[in-house]
Design a protein around this ligand. Structure first.
Ligand code: NAD
Length: 250
């Protein structure tokens, strides 16, 4: 029960890594506040957690909206009396295309969903964590844009690298307030974002030393560690959970 009695916001909780995190964190004793756009999926996860005697609430919304970041924090404080952590995990890949061919709209949308959302989340969450006397913030970044460049993913890579910069600055700005901030860098993970093309999955598996892709729960477990007191001396890190993707050249 490493997250016992901690109240934690999870965005992108309607599928993939975020949904796995919602279940895992609740099993670990957390009160979870779930965000994403799809209300039906969020409600399903809330019901599943409550059936197992866990505590969960949800609020559908768009992470590109600053008011939504504030509303999630308000919901956490109203429902559970305060906020202890956040897994800012919602993200989009956008269109796969080279930079010369990329439209401004795709660039703006990917940066808005993946990076502007981090700014809004931090602005809303840091004061709430301060009111609580400390806490932990985790942003889902990626191996793409950190240890590898993948063609067609320029906006995605820039947004995910931007989250690492944001993480570092937040960590130094708020370390003395007992607020830890880390970026989590998953390798290829079997979620809706990875699609259902078996040939593509085979290629992606080959990028990894472990020669497989991650299950969402394996990424959620690393986020759980960063949000728990077991990671009490971990801040400002870009933590690879990438199956050896970064060191694999064969
Ligand atoms: P996913 O598509 O299952 O999950 C993405 C989640 O983000 C969904 O819940 C979706 O509804 C939500 N979302 C997207 N845009 C949103 C918006 N504007 N407002 C609110 N919610 C929004 O995919 P996933 O793989 O679970 O992705 C989770 C995170 O992991 C993303 O940030 C992604 O970039 C990152 N990531 C994924 C992989 C991978 O291989 N799957 C690898 C590295 C990093």
């Amino acid at each position: 029960m490493t997250l016992k009695n901690k109240t934690i916001i999870i965005t992108g909780a309607s599928s993939g890594i975020g949904a796995a995190a919602a279940i895992l964190f609740a099993e670990s004793g957390a009160n979870v506040v779930l965000g994403a756009r799809r209300e039906a999926q969020l409600n399903e996860t809330v019901a599943q957690i409550r059936e197992s005697n866990g505590n969960a609430v949800c609020l559908p919304g768009d992470v590109t909206d600053e008011a939504y970041a504030n509303a999630l924090v308000e919901l956490a404080e109203k429902s559970f009396g305060g906020l202890d952590g956040a897994f800012n995990n919602a993200g989009t890949m956008g269109d796969m295309c080279s930079i010369p061919d990329m439209g401004r709209d795709n660039w703006r949308n990917v940066i808005a969903v993946n990076l502007d959302s981090g700014f809004f989340a931090a602005k809303a969450q840091i004061p709430a964590l301060r009111r609580r006397g400390g806490g932990s913030v985790v942003f889902t970044s990626s191996f793409v844009g950190h240890t590898i460049g993948l063609p067609g993913m320029g906006a995605y890579a820039a947004s995910k690298a931007g989250l690492i910069g944001l993480t570092q600055v937040l960590a130094v700005e708020h370390g003395s307030e007992n607020i830890r901030v880390n970026a989590l860098l998953p390798g290829g993970t079997m979620t809706p974002m990875a699609g259902d093309d078996a040939a593509f999955h085979d290629v992606v598996r080959g990028f990894h030393a472990l020669k497989r892709m991650a299950e969402p729960s394996e990424i959620a477990a690393a986020a759980q560690f960063l949000l728990s007191d077991e990671a009490s001396f971990v801040t400002g890190s870009a933590m690879l959970v990438d199956g050896g993707n970064s060191i694999c050249k064969l």
